[in-house]
Design a protein around this ligand. Structure first.
Ligand SMILES: [Cu+2]
Length: 352
């Protein structure tokens, strides 16, 4: 708004050069009689209303005596609430975590660590359709609620399990680095058949250097000597099998411990908007067909081509460890990803 401030613009520009910031309409006779700052504000307001009406589809906004609309092609109805270049084009794919409120539920963060690099309390509630905090949850993967914290640059992944009090307030103590964070709450309220993931940004002040996304790799190592090898490919719009094999000092690990009702827990976040992908293990401990390593099997369905960051948690000898991968989902032949008129991206590593 500052660039349209009457004071600033009148001081820095001459009055003779005066293109009104008005929409496409010829200046009527009363135009020159009006006070110029007022005209600028009016023009800006009209342009804003027009931009909203055209871009956001707010057809119900009635501008007084609207100018004849320019001949614009009709805006196609967005698929799945998202549209535009680079947006998911595959119908029916499970994308979540992009909204702070959905289906009547709201992620209400009450407090977060304010000081970088020192422990603080993160407290929040899930508000239900009536506005009251939800207090009953159906456990998924062994827990009533999973909290994922990650930098918007996809570094600093944390997977936390806060504890809820009787009033529906969740608490955990954690340490945030100085950066912009994304917080995801993954839960299933009682009475709802499917889980819901709500997301919210939390900023912590301080010097911040975003970490570039590591290049794609099929191996990841942990600081204490584990190597995880990834096989499989992400194909947009299909349940893509992924195998993550754990070894330690070169020897396959065959005594993984159950963690969250599985031998591994995998979260995938899309690079660019941090869409949260549900990734399901294909077997569970004790089902007589799922070995305790070295391979952990998952089915992952990504909505679009391009890079993703994968975060695997697994437990061995009493300690939960994490391994991270950058994986690029490529647009393969025969996949339903090519949208008519969409950009024919090959899904190359740096395509987005
Ligand atoms: Cu969890």
């Amino acid at each position: 708004m500052s660039t349209t401030s009457p004071e600033r613009s009148e001081q820095s520009t001459t009055r003779s050069v005066d293109p009104p910031d008005a929409p496409a309409m010829g200046p009527p006779s009363w135009w020159s009689r009006l006070d110029r700052p007022a005209v600028r504000l009016l023009g800006f307001a009209l342009a804003l209303v027009l931009a909203l009406a055209v871009g956001g589809g707010v057809a119900a906004v009635a501008a007084p005596t609207p100018a004849p609309a320019p001949a614009l092609p009709p805006t196609p109805a967005p698929v799945q609430g998202e549209a535009g270049p680079g947006a998911p084009t595959t119908a029916g794919t499970d994308v979540s975590g992009l909204a702070v409120a959905k289906d009547g539920y709201t992620l209400d963060v009450l407090a977060a660590p304010e000081q970088a690099d020192s422990p603080g309390e993160l407290t929040f509630r899930v508000l239900g359709p009536t506005g009251a905090p939800v207090t009953a949850f159906t456990p998924t993967h062994d827990k009533p609620l999973h909290l994922i914290v990650v930098g918007r640059d996809q570094s600093g992944f944390q997977h936390l399990h806060p504890v809820m009090d009787a009033n529906g307030t969740w608490r955990t103590t954690t340490t945030f680095a100085a950066r912009d964070h994304r917080v995801f709450a993954d839960f299933a309220p009682d009475g709802r058949s499917e889980a819901l993931t709500l997301g919210r940004d939390i900023a912590v002040a301080g010097t911040y250097r975003p970490v570039p996304l590591p290049p794609p790799s099929t191996t990841a190592t942990t600081p204490d000597g584990y190597t995880v090898t990834l096989t499989g490919a992400l194909v947009p719009g299909t349940q893509s099998p992924l195998t993550l094999s754990v070894s330690r000092d070169g020897a396959p690990v065959t005594d993984l411990q159950p963690y969250l009702a599985a031998y591994g827990h995998l979260v995938a976040l899309r690079t660019g908007d941090l869409a949260y992908l549900h990734v399901h293990p294909t077997g569970s401990p004790g089902d007589s067909r799922t070995p305790a390593g070295p391979a952990i099997q998952f089915l992952a369905e990504v909505p679009s081509a391009g890079p993703y960051r994968l975060y695997l948690d697994f437990a061995h000898q009493g300690v939960v460890r994490s391994a991270e991968f950058t994986v690029v989902a490529a647009t393969g032949p025969g996949t339903p990803v090519s949208a008519p008129g969409g950009h024919g991206d090959s899904g190359a590593p740096h395509g987005h």
